[in-house]
Design a protein around this ligand. Structure first.
Ligand SMILES: Cc1cc2nc3c(=O)[nH]c(=O)nc-3n(C[C@H](O)[C@H](O)[C@H](O)COP(=O)(O)O)c2cc1C
Length: 215
């Protein structure tokens, strides 16, 4: 778990961050605790952590507690503030959504909407951040369209979708007690976590590599 962000000038804060573990934020799941989607996200974050990252997950409990973005309740919501603060400090992100009617769920999209709070930051949205993507569905068709939607959203937010997106068909019940019983899927989730960690570390050691400010 991370503490409060230091009260330092942005550049000095960035210099210090170079010498600490990359901070990877996970957002996803459904309104059901321990959903396949949430378990998939947790496994990818665990792989990022094993590769050297510090991680923070916003799963069912957090995303289901978020009021609709921009409502008066959202402005008062501690979970929303914590989420935006974590995004601001993140070196990488992992998003996991179920496929609902062929696209991402409203709950996950609402959580992503909170990233709009960073629109006027020095680092806008997810600028230059590696973002791992996970889409689950009860069949293959919606995994593809959900993954494509997640990629479009990340591009709109100036993030860098990592090469492997995990498309997971949950119809065979492949998640149990936090474990993935399907070897190929488990490997994919580990790769998603590792790729985000690796790109986050690369960006720290050579920030120019993912700099888009001249574009
Ligand atoms: C409102 C709703 C819409 C859904 N739409 C689709 C769909 O279009 N295609 C599909 O394959 N599965 C659909 N599903 C099933 C979810 O994608 C499935 O629950 C997914 O694998 C996530 O599993 P989880 O709830 O255990 O995380 C839908 C489920 C709900 C609740």
């Amino acid at each position: 778990m991370q503490g409060e962000p230091p009260k330092l000038p942005f550049r000095e804060y960035e210099d210090r961050r170079m010498h600490t573990a990359p901070f990877i934020v996970g957002i996803g799941g459904t309104a059901r605790p321990r959903s396949s989607t949430e378990q998939a996200l947790a496994l990818a974050l665990t792989a990022a952590e094993a590769a050297g990252a510090t991680v923070r997950m916003f799963g069912c409990d957090e995303i289901a507690a978020l009021p609709h973005y921009l409502t008066p309740a959202a402005a008062e919501c501690d979970t929303g503030r914590t989420l935006v603060d974590a995004i601001r400090r993140a070196d990488g992100l992992i998003l996991a959504s179920p496929g609902y009617h062929g696209s991402i769920s409203g709950l996950v999209k609402n959580a992503i909407d909170y990233i709009e709070d960073t629109a006027k930051d020095d680092r806008v949205y997810l600028d230059g951040l590696p973002v791992g993507l996970i889409a689950t569905a009860y069949g293959w068709q919606a995994t593809g369209s959900t993954l494509a939607t997640l990629r479009s959203i990340v591009h709109a937010l100036r993030g860098w979708p990592t090469p492997l997106g995990a498309a997971i068909n949950t119809s065979a019940g492949i998640f149990r007690d936090g474990e993935c019983l399907d070897e190929r899927t488990a490997t994919q989730l580990q790769l998603v976590g590792r790729q985000v960690q690796e790109f986050a570390s690369l960006r720290r050691s050579r920030p120019a590599i993912m700099n888009t400010s001249a574009a």
